[in-house]
Ligand binder design. Structure first.
Ligand code: GDP
Ligand code: MG
Length: 439
């Protein structure tokens, strides 16, 4: 991901107190490339890079931070801002029903998303009605009806012999008459934007005056998604965008450009074909996805306040060389405690859940107390040389710490696993090969 590329750039730097223009330029080359690769609109990339540059140059690099982290942090904040900063909520009419019109190209996921949205609203104790206004695609009405049956959400249809405008209008009336507080209008799409489609949508819009016109776009289509969003927005004044198929391997470039180019907020992110795959869109989460680093950023933020950089470096050196001892373990535990509950920290590490044995590793704070007692029952020599711990010694430690031999064995095994894991993780924070001795 972009994050690791940035780490690589900065891995080469030494002893910088402030970020120089040269450092920043080198980092921004990576940012530019990564964004273009993620299929972000060229102009958006250009503006973005300029903004980050202004902020990054001269930025103080704190002791607990590497230059890579500083730039990642700025990039992350700017990405988040570019996508609207905060979550953009679904409109709610003062005079129910709230009318939501779903528009978009054929196959973008309008019908599926209508169902998902109905489910989401239903979970919030609303009473949605879905309206089948796609009279062109064979079986489109049936598709919506099937979704309605699955969800136990009513579907309003008038067959395919009545105009979509009339269907939409009658559908809204039906919602009013039957106490539905949300109406979701599933409209027809085309393979490409054409005038007759736009005219039809404009007519529906003029007639029912929707509270939301949500454009459903397939995030896999990258740059095309942006062009589609631009044309739809020009003609219909969209109120929001739903990005679908984010379960694919898309890097989220469309998300960035759509908001930046049209100014339209992204309101939902859709994944999968199942009906529970719709979530409100959170710009900060998408930024992390684009950076390719899970919730690493929150961890960086926490580390910024908690961990002593010099100590962390020394620990890292030890981990790399497999010199990590039980004494270090205790010390590390003290540092980690400052960050908060351990299982939360592990969750934030990208890839942590993929490491074998990690899932079974009980890491609640109570367990930590036990572990602390075990380590403290070891002799100094044992703490420094884990390989000394034979059966006899383990028995003594068990008695001394008030634990069973099995518990002691389990912990020692976990310690060994952890050592291996740390070796894998070291380098991730930008100190590959120990070249970076930033002060
Ligand atoms: P419409 O023509 O815009 O109404 O699109 P549909 O709702 O009929 O969806 C077209 C296809 O995309 C269907 O096969 C859906 O199951 C699939 N689809 C819709 N949304 C998603 C999504 O978020 N992820 C994935 N993987 N498939 C989706
Ligand atoms: Mg459809």
């Amino acid at each position: 991901g972009l994050a690791s590329r940035l780490q690589n750039v900065f891995g080469k730097l030494r002893g910088k107190g402030k970020l120089s223009e040269e450092d920043v330029n080198e980092a921004l080359r990576e940012v530019r490339l990564a964004l273009l690769e993620a299929d972000v609109n060229f102009k958006v990339v250009k503006d973005f890079v300029a903004k980050v540059k202004t902020q990054a140059i001269g930025q103080e690099v704190m002791k607990s931070f590497t230059p890579g982290m500083v730039v990642i942090d700025i990039v992350n904040k700017e990405l988040t801002a570019l996508m609207g900063g905060t979550q953009s909520k679904l409109a709610r009419s003062n005079r129910p029903p709230t009318i939501i019109m779903m528009v978009g190209l054929q196959g973008a996921g309008k019908t599926t998303t209508s169902g998902k949205l109905a489910k989401l609203l239903q979970k919030q104790n609303h009473r949605p009605l879905m309206v089948a206004a796609d009279i062109y695609r064979p079986a489109a009405i049936k598709q919506l009806q099937v979704l309605g049956e699955q969800l136990n959400v009513p579907v309003f249809t008038m067959g395919d012999k009545v105009s979509p405008v009339e269907i939409a209008k009658a559908g809204v009336q039906h919602a009013k008459d039957n106490g539905s507080d949300y109406v979701i209008i599933d409209t027809a799409g085309r393979l490409h934007i054409d005038e007759s489609l736009m005219d039809e949508l404009k007519n529906i819009r003029a007639d029912i005056e929707p509270d939301e016109i949500l454009l459903v776009v397939d995030s896999m289509t990258g740059q095309d998604a942006v062009n589609v969003a631009e044309s739809f927005h020009k003609q219909l004044e969209l109120t929001g965008v739903v990005l679908t198929k984010l379960d694919g391997d898309t890097r989220g470039g469309a998300a960035l450009s759509v908001k930046a180019v049209t100014g339209c907020p992204i309101k939902f992110a859709a994944t999968g074909e199942k009906l529970d795959g719709l979530e409100p869109f959170f710009p900060d989460r998408m930024a992390s996805r684009i950076l390719g680093m899970g919730d690493m950023l929150s961890l960086i933020e926490k580390a910024q306040s908690g961990i002593d950089a010099d100590k962390a470096k020394e620990m890292e050196r030890k981990m790399r060389n497999n010199e990590f001892t039980f004494e270090d373990f205790l010390e590390q535990m003290e540092q980690v405690k400052k960050l908060g509950p351990l299982d939360q920290i592990l969750e934030m590490l990208p890839g942590a859940n993929k490491i074998k044995g990690m899932k079974d590793m009980k890491v609640d704070d109570k367990q930590m107390g036990k572990v602390e007692a075990i380590v403290k029952s070891m002799t100094t020599e044992e703490k420094r040389k884990p390989e000394l711990l034979n059966a006899n010694r383990r028995k003594r430690i068990a008695l001394g710490s008030g634990n069973s031999i099995q518990e002691v064995n389990r912990f020692i095994k976990q310690f060994e696993d952890m050592r291996k894991m740390m070796k894998q993780f070291s380098g991730m924070m930008g100190n590959k090969g120990g070249k970076n001795n930033l002060k």
